[in-house]
Design a protein around this ligand. Structure first.
Ligand code: KIV
Length: 257
């Protein structure tokens, strides 16, 4: 069982933390085999895998279903699971729903925003919580970079400090100016994990389907496609279709006698 203390140690020793999302057993196996420190069952699965318009449509049942598959694929990994929209509105509902996810097999849950009473009640009950500040996809009305003006930057510095003091073991900083993310990273003793927040964070996270070029409907500036799997997938399927139609598949050696 990996303890959350290892992530604090990594920050102290300036060793970058790698987090990648996974949504099923195959992606979890790949992410874990690639030596990621944290496997995140992100509610981004609503958009990247389930075809919803936003993460707001993701339910607790969706998260449980995908989390179960991720646990089967990477049982040794440190798995964090997102709590979906409106499942942590009160400390009571947060406790009930977080416990369901913990019982399903994750080591920690992630919640968006500066909800101090909810974070405190989960942490006091022994449930490790990862925070999330900056762009909050569950409630955002626009996807603009956060913290460019001094008022918003001051608010985010205060909120991230409160999230830390409430007991989160780490915090995602999403889509904020690199300068602000650097300041927050220096101010906090818990590690920051950036996505579109520059290189000074203590770690980085990318969405599996973005990183591998599977999700191509849009590509934010911070996404790097390390592979172009969408094209590979279409090419592979198209070649199979051609081979079936021409009779080139299956060969005798691919058939049973
Ligand atoms: O849902 C998700 O995948 C996330 C990451 C983008 C951090 O929250």
């Amino acid at each position: 069982m990996i303890s959350t203390a290892v992530f604090r140690e990594k920050k102290e020793k300036a060793r970058k933390i790698v987090m990648i999302t996974a949504y099923d057993s195959a992606s979890a196996e790949a992410v874990h085999a690639a030596s990621a420190d944290i496997v995140l069952v992100g509610d981004s699965l609503g958009v990247t895998v389930l075809g919803y318009q936003t993460t707001r449509e993701v339910t607790l049942a969706d998260m449980e279903h995908h989390l179960k598959a991720v646990v089967r694929g990477a049982p040794q990994a440190f798995i964090v699971c997102d709590m979906p929209f409106q499942t942590y509105d009160t400390p009571e509902s947060a406790m009930r729903n977080a416990q369901t996810l913990i019982d399903t097999g994750c080591a920690a849950v992630k919640i968006e925003g500066c909800n101090v009473p909810v974070i405190k009640s989960l942490v006091n009950a022994g449930i490790p919580v990862m925070g999330h500040a900056g762009v909050l996809p569950q409630t955002a009305t626009e996807y603009k970079v956060r913290g460019k003006d001094s008022v918003e930057a001051a608010r985010l510095r205060e909120e991230t400090r409160q999230i830390q003091d409430a007991g989160c073991f780490a915090i995602v900083l999403e889509c904020m100016s690199a300068a602000l993310a650097k300041t927050i990273t220096q101010e906090l003793f818990i590690p920051t994990i950036g996505i579109g927040a520059g290189k000074e964070c203590d770690g980085q996270v990318l969405v599996f389907n973005d990183l591998l070029g599977i999700f191509t409907k849009f590509k934010p500036k911070f996404v790097r496609h390390y592979k172009g799997l969408k094209k590979e997938m279409i090419d592979g399927c198209a070649t199979f279709a051609c081979d079936v139609r021409s009779g080139a598949y299956p060969l005798n050696e691919e058939s049973y006698r």
